[in-house]
Write a protein of this length. Structure first.
Length: 184
C-alpha cells in the first residue's frame, strides 16, 4: 500500500474542505455585514455584498466551490437574519447562480482568466436567480403579480455584485502568489 499517496490525498481533501468552509464564511459575512433593504416595495429586495463575493468565488475557484459557497453562505444568512422562509429558495437560487458563473468562467480551460467570459458568466446567471426568486415569491405570496415588485431590487443587487466582482477578479488574477494558491 502506498501511504504517501494516501497521505497526499487526505492532505488535499483537508485543504479543500477548509478552503470551501472559508469561502462559505466569506459569502455569509459579506451578506451579513453590508446590506441595504431597498424601499422599492415590501418585498423589494436586499442589496448586499454577498452577491459580489459569490461572483468572485465562482470566477476564482470554479463552479463547484461557487455553488457551495453561494448556496450555504447565503442560505445561512437567511436562517440567522429573519428571512428563514426564503432559505430553501436562496439555497437553490444562489447555488445555481454560483454554478453557472463558475461553469462559464471556467469553460474551455479558461479558469476565470477571461474578462469577457467572466462578465458574460455573471450576466448569464441573473435570469436564473430572478426566476427562482420569482417562483419563491409566487409560492410565499400566492400571486403571480406581487413578485414583479422584487425584480428591480434583484437586478440592482446583481449589478452591484458585478461592479464589485469583475474589477476584484481582474486584480486578484494579477497576483502570482494567489494564482498558485487558488489552483491547489
Amino acid at each position: 500500500m502506498n501511504t504517501t499517496k494516501s497521505y497526499s490525498s487526505t492532505k488535499s481533501s483537508t485543504f479543500d474542505l477548509i478552503q470551501t468552509a472559508m469561502l462559505i464564511a466569506l459569502v455569509f459575512i459579506a451578506t451579513l455585514l453590508i446590506n441595504i433593504k431597498l424601499p422599492l416595495s415590501p418585498n423589494g429586495g436586499l442589496v448586499h455584498l454577498g452577491t459580489g463575493m459569490l461572483f468572485i468565488i465562482s470566477i476564482i475557484f470554479g463552479p463547484k466551490k461557487g455553488a457551495i459557497a453561494g448556496a450555504v453562505g447565503m442560505g445561512l444568512f437567511d436562517l440567522v437574519s429573519g428571512w428563514t422562509l426564503w432559505a430553501p429558495f436562496t439555497i437553490v437560487a444562489r447555488g445555481l447562480q454560483g454554478y453557472i458563473v463558475g461553469k462559464i468562467a471556467w469553460s474551455n480551460g479558461r479558469e476565470g482568466n477571461s474578462f469577457t467570459f467572466n462578465l458574460l458568466a455573471t450576466i448569464s446567471s441573473i435570469p436564473v436567480m430572478l426566476g427562482v426568486y420569482y417562483i419563491c415569491e409566487r409560492v410565499l405570496f400566492g400571486s403571480w403579480i406581487i413578485p414583479v415588485a422584487s425584480i428591480p431590487g434583484n437586478l440592482i443587487q446583481n449589478i452591484v455584485g458585478i461592479c464589485v466582482a469583475i474589477p476584484v477578479c481582474v486584480a486578484l488574477k494579477k497576483v502570482p502568489f494567489l494564482n498558485r494558491t487558488f489552483k491547489r
